[in-house]
Design a protein around this ligand. Sequence first.
Ligand code: NAP
Length: 312
Amino acid sequence: MTDAPIQRLCVIGVGLIGGSLARALRAAGACNEVVGCGRDSQQLQKALALGVIDRAETDIARAVQGADVVVVAVPVGAMAQVLKGMASQLSPNTIVTDVGSTKGDVVRAAQIAFGNLPPTFVPGHPIAGTERSGVEASFAELFRQRKVILTPASTTHAWAVSRVTWMWEQAGAQVSEMDPQHHDEILAASSHLPHVLAYTLVHTLAGMQDKDEIFKYAAGGFRDFTRIASSDPQMWHDICLANRNALLTMLRRYSGELQQIAAALQHSDGSYLWSVFAQAKQARDEYTQTTQVSTELGVPSPCKGEGQDGGE
Ligand code: NAP
């Protein structure tokens, strides 16, 4: 049954995303028991105390036993090791899905871990997040009206895709499907490049002699542009390396545009600047009107009280 509650959900990596999904599914009555798995038992005790999970396990093989759905919510650099750790324990009916921000590398990791891509493995990516990490930052509403992209293979069981689609819908998300490579190209442009730009700008300014004054007089524009530079460095290290080809393509393209801006400034070419800024404003205005800021860079968060949030 696609719409019966999940009997036993196993979440490996009970952090922001894994914890938020567990909370959302519990709140919707969409799962009966949640087993949480991680390396740090103190973190798992926090998840137990917060009521996010019912049982804590530090051993992956034990954690997945008897689960009908396993959600892998660890940094993408840890996916291969985690998938390998569960490979011998899964029954043919256990659905495994993940929440990793990149998809090509996760699919490759699953192929290696399982020996082939299991028909019950449904790769996924919720386009929602905040710049905060850990189970304390998790909240049930994170995925409401947000998009989730699934990247199943042609060999993936349709019933497994339906079940994962249903799971995310119970958390309030809208689900669509995409090819993994296309996913990685699109996300390199809309999410991975902006993070690299934000980190690099803050790093550049922090290395300047006048940095104290620069930060002292920085206003809302700087705050908006750089908020995502507060995201977890380990997570973004993993994402950038995992998607380096698509990210490099975007970086080269962006660098080319920056060079054109520099040339226009050098030649006092105001009409070039005006046309770039005007076209960008029009594109940005259209984006905010049509998407209601539903991308990874705009998640309303009850955690922060700042209105806009978003790690991805
Ligand atoms: P997080 O809050 O740091 O949580 C990651 C969790 O993974 C932690 O509970 C950590 O617990 C566990 N973990 C890390 N390495 C592990 C390993 N080797 N084995 C088992 N558990 C491990 O990170 P997150 O923001 O939820 O991100 C999780 C995934 O979601 C990543 O793949 C990320 O790309 C994706 N994602 C993130 C966002 C976002 O905006 N944050 C949005 C969409 C997708 P222990 O330290 O106790 O092991």
